[in-house]
Design a binder for this molecule. Structure first.
Ligand code: ADP
Ligand code: GLC
Length: 477
């Protein structure tokens, strides 16, 4: 049994902005099911403190010289019972608004201190300096918010844990003014191109990539893609140099949370044996969203951050033609103000045929996944993507671009065992053609049913990938 600390800045159902939260909930649970002693470390945002009813203080200590002491709380994750440590530092984490940004959308100016502190506490828990009786043998870091952990580990007393850095999205790097190294107590000797420095700044992600024992990304294809200029976002040189330590492990999904036959967010539940019920859910969704209630209109779904990454501007370009041919669209998302505005405008123009909900809505995300016919994910890049897997599992075949985890998880409908519709070119025309093809298939009941069933029967759980993580841990311990 290995003692693993999984450090992350978000975890479902306590706090979530994207797929990282889903993975942070489901991968540790899968590792626990394999018999490992895995524990989470997360920041004590107010949402987290409110949601965890039973918690106790297990340590009070100072993280940086001269700072007021922080508390480490211990609790269990709802649903899975995975142990979770909460870094309780109200001055840094108890704020109204998001985990990274204030209400109007700007980043919290002291994010380097907030996540530097999280990173350092993770390193402490993985060393002889641990403030509690438990000491991790392996620290699993996730994204830039935890990127300084491998650096701090080197500064701690032995024995020290090994570290794995999982990159969920290389576009988010946590690059800050170099002056931060003083407050974060990183020795100046580490500030060079083989250390924490990246183009003159302190880079949290680069630090993690430089100092971690192994680097993992969330799909094999993305692991290749980020070693080249186009998708490396400046990290390709370092990743190529560390090639032997880089691998891709495809994310799984929580098959209990995403099960259309038990989903608590659905009015109408269904499974492979009664897909007619899925149609009832579609009618309910059309009604709820103010769309024309019509069983035969192909209903397209989007649940997404509305950003450049997700390629949803391409969709805006080709929608008018698709809508004119009778399709409907249900969008749930939030993100760039310009995208939000353009989608809302579209909904106004095509009232009854397009519904756009701006915001974060867990229940509606499940209802769209279940109630639409075809799910759209035309991402320019996609490290893994979870929604295409939710779509397949819910009998809602996805239209995806062949990139990252989309390429690794969706089998094109032109092939045996096809589960979705795949295109290559990141352009509106290719997207439009592929959606048209998906709609043609939808109109051919037998073909579409086969694609739906292939997806619903596909194994998208964590068993295999959790095993791969375990093998990776063992290879460095
Ligand atoms: P990313 O992490 O890049 O945003 P993923 O596909 O990996 O993309 O994961 C996104 C997760 O966030 C999924 O669980 C998805 O259902 C959820 N999600 C995205 N936008 C919303 C929203 N507006 N409301 C509810 N859930 C959302
Ligand atoms: C990131 C990526 C997404 C991935 C998720 C979980 O947010 O953008 O593709 O699925 O992390 O790993």
């Amino acid at each position: 049994m290995t003692r693993i600390l999984f450090v992350t800045s978000e975890v479902h159902p306590l706090i979530k902005t994207g797929g990282l939260a889903d993975v942070s909930a489901s991968l540790p649970a899968a590792l626990q099911a394999l018999g490992e002693d895995v524990r989470l470390l997360i920041p004590g945002y107010n949402q987290v403190l409110d949601a965890l009813k039973t918690k106790k203080v297990v340590a009070t200590f100072s993280v940086f010289t001269g700072q007021a002491p922080v508390r480490l709380l211990s609790a269990k994750m709802p649903n899975t019972n995975v142990p979770v440590y909460v870094l309780d530092a109200p001055e840094y984490f108890c704020r109204v608004a998001g985990p990274y940004q204030y209400q109007l959308g700007g980043d919290w100016p002291d994010n380097p201190m907030r996540f530097g502190m999280l990173s350092k506490v993770a390193a402490m828990l993985g060393s002889a300096d641990s403030p509690i009786a438990w000491q991790a043998e392996l620290v699993h870091c996730n994204d830039w918010q935890t990127g300084l952990t491998p650096v701090y580990l080197q500064l701690m007393s032995a024995p020290r844990a090994k570290s794995v850095m999982t990159v969920h999205n290389i576009a988010f790097q946590g690059n800050f003014d170099r002056d931060w190294i003083k407050a974060l107590e990183i020795p100046a000797a580490h500030f060079n191109m083989h250390g924490v420095e990246f183009h003159g700044n302190l880079s949290f992600l680069k630090s993690g990539l430089q100092y971690a024992d192994r680097i993992v990304t969330v799909s094999p294809t993305y692991a290749h893609e980020i070693q080249a200029t186009e998708m490396g976002y400046g990290m390709q040189g370092l990743l190529t140099a560390r090639k032997a330590d880089v691998s891709g492990i495809l994310n799984g999904i929580d098959e209990d949370e995403w099960d259309a036959s038990t989903d608590k967010h659905l009015e109408v539940r269904y499974d492979v044996s009664d897909l007619a019920q899925k149609t009832q859910g579609k009618l309910a969704l059309q009604k709820r969203l103010g769309l024309e209630v019509n069983e035969h209109a192909p209903l397209l779904g989007v649940v997404s951050r509305l950003t450049y990454q997700k390629g949803l501007d391409l969709l805006l370009e080709c929608l008018p033609t698709l809508l004119d041919s009778g399709a409907q669209l249900a969008v749930l998302g939030s993100g760039d103000a310009e995208f939000e505005r353009r989608y809302l405008q579209l909904a106004q123009r095509y009232s009854g045929r397009v519904s756009v909900t701006i915001g974060f809505n867990e229940a509606l995300s499940h209802q769209i996944m279940a109630g639409t016919d075809i799910f759209l994910m035309p991402s320019r890049f996609e490290p893994c993507g979870l929604n295409q897997m939710y779509g397949m599992r819910y009998g809602t075949p996805p239209v995806v671009r062949r990139t990252g985890g989309l390429a690794d998880s969706v089998i094109n409908a032109s092939l045996d065992g096809g589960t979705g519709f795949v295109f290559d070119d990141a352009g509106a025309q290719a997207l439009q053609q592929t959606i048209k093809w998906a709609i043609e298939c939808y109109r051919d009941e037998n073909t579409f049913r086969r694609i739906q069933l292939n997806g619903m029967r596909k194994d998208v759980g964590w068993r295999h990938s959790a095993q791969l993580y375990l093998e990776l841990y063992n290879s460095i311990l």
